[in-house]
Design a protein around this ligand. Structure first.
Ligand SMILES: Cc1cc2nc3c(=O)[nH]c(=O)nc-3n(C[C@H](O)[C@H](O)[C@H](O)COP(=O)(O)O)c2cc1C
Length: 393
């Protein structure tokens, strides 16, 4: 079990001992008090006494009760500790993108019943995004080329942080920048802002100094970015890796050593679709990111590998649309699971999956969702996928 840490600004960086190991998820036992930081440095408060969200109805269940006892079933602990005081009431998160900044769906979705909400990607300066078309349907997924359209960090905080501070769901701000300087500037602005529960660094962003190659393709570029951000903030820090890396284990390990509290895996994968007349690409951005069911086997592979390589919790993302997808990602070692593009078609899906997860635990006689984490992990380290799929042994 992972020791619970509080956000203490200025506190020395926790010492880490990087080792390859079995999955050890960070889940607290049944009956322990949840802590949801309303703001970094603020005294953590029991979510039961936290101010209510603007979105959920007053009758909403206390989201971070450690015990979910719906439909008269057995009590089940769904809590997940992502480190540095960021404790989720349940493992189901809205992944970055489809729910925007949360306010877009707050009337529709009882956000307080999510484990967490990750905002859309935010940069230092406003970005207009890519020319259209921005999406193309492909077999088993969607190709997306939005181009990080966002109003910039200052406008985001001014417009949305007051709402986040009223909500009971932990809001994690997804960040993108072309240099560590950009990202350090952004996280300094986030420090101490009520409603910001943590940050997620999108390592698929272009590294301007690294020849325009995405940070996450290279372990050392990822290490230096995460280190710089870690030095600049005491907020819980999640590094989002990409399956496009040749050796994603090395990238994840570098992020952990540099101070990431958790790893999320994976982002979309670069792909191409053609216009109907085959005269060129379908998307204005030429390439897009593939998301949806096509991504799931890749996400399973990456979570399986990363969970063997790091001690920090892993958030599994990619192709989640059903409770079986959630259970599969937990089984390969994810402590929490992100729902991406499927929430576009069905915004209620993430909340429903959280409910279904409690039911799935009960149906299996499991009192703590942690018991479902890593069940598909091998007893000994498996060969890395860098050896290839067909000739690995
Ligand atoms: C429209 C859209 C926008 C996204 N924007 C971001 C983003 O800004 N930052 C990021 O890290 N991931 C972003 N993602 C990636 C998702 O968070 C997720 O990693 C990916 O879509 C795989 O999950 P899925 O198959 O469930 O969609 C976006 C995805 C979609 C569909």
């Amino acid at each position: 079990m992972k020791a619970k840490r509080r956000v203490v600004p200025g506190a020395p960086k926790p010492q880490r001992t990087p080792t390859i190991r079995r999955v050890r998820p960070a889940i607290r036992p049944v009956g322990s008090k949840p802590v949801v930081p309303s703001s970094p440095g603020a005294p953590p408060s029991s979510a039961a006494s936290a101010s209510s969200s603007s979105s959920p109805a007053p009758s909403s269940p206390a989201p971070s009760s450690p015990v979910v006892d719906a439909i008269g079933g057995r009590p089940v602990s769904l809590e997940v500790d992502l480190g540095r005081g960021l404790v989720l009431a349940n493992p189901v998160i809205a992944a970055s993108g489809p729910f925007g900044y949360g306010v877009e769906v707050a009337e529709l979705v009882d956000l307080a019943r999510l484990g967490g909400l990750v905002t859309r990607g935010t940069t230092l300066k406003p970005r207009a995004g890519n020319a259209g078309p921005r999406t193309a349907e492909v077999a088993a997924g969607l190709l997306v080329g939005v181009g990080l359209q966002n109003p910039g960090i200052d406008a985001v905080l001014e417009r949305y942080a007051p709402a986040w501070a009223r909500w009971r769901v932990p809001v994690i701000v997804n960040l993108c920048g072309e240099s560590s300087g950009d990202l350090v500037d952004i996280v300094r602005r986030l420090e101490g802002v009520p409603g910001v529960a943590g940050v997620e660094l999108n390592l698929s962003c272009t590294n301007a100094r690294g020849g325009g190659v995405a940070f996450g393709l290279d372990a050392e570029a990822s290490r230096s970015l995460v280190s710089a951000v870690r030095r600049a903030t005491d907020l819980p820090l999640i590094a989002k890796v990409t399956a496009a890396a040749a050796d994603v284990r090395a990238v994840a390990r570098a992020c952990e050593e540099a101070g990431a509290d958790a790893i999320s895996a994976i982002n979309t994968l670069p792909g191409l679709a053609l216009a109907a007349d085959r005269t060129g690409p379908a998307l204005g951005s030429v390439y897009g990111g593939i998301c949806g069911p096509a991504l799931k086997p890749v996400a399973l592979r990456v979570v399986f590998e990363v969970a063997q390589a790091v001690d920090v919790p892993v958030i599994g993302i990619g192709g989640v649309a059903t409770i079986d997808d959630v259970l599969d990602l937990l089984a390969v070692g994810a402590a929490a699971v992100g729902v991406g593009v499927a929430a576009f078609a069905d915004p209620m899906l993430p909340v429903r999956l959280a409910d279904e997860l409690a039911d799935a635990c009960r149906a299996r006689g499991v009192g703590d969702v942690a018991d479902l984490v890593g069940t598909a992990q091998p007893k000994r380290l498996s060969p890395p996928s860098t050896r290839g799929a067909e000739y690995a042994r």
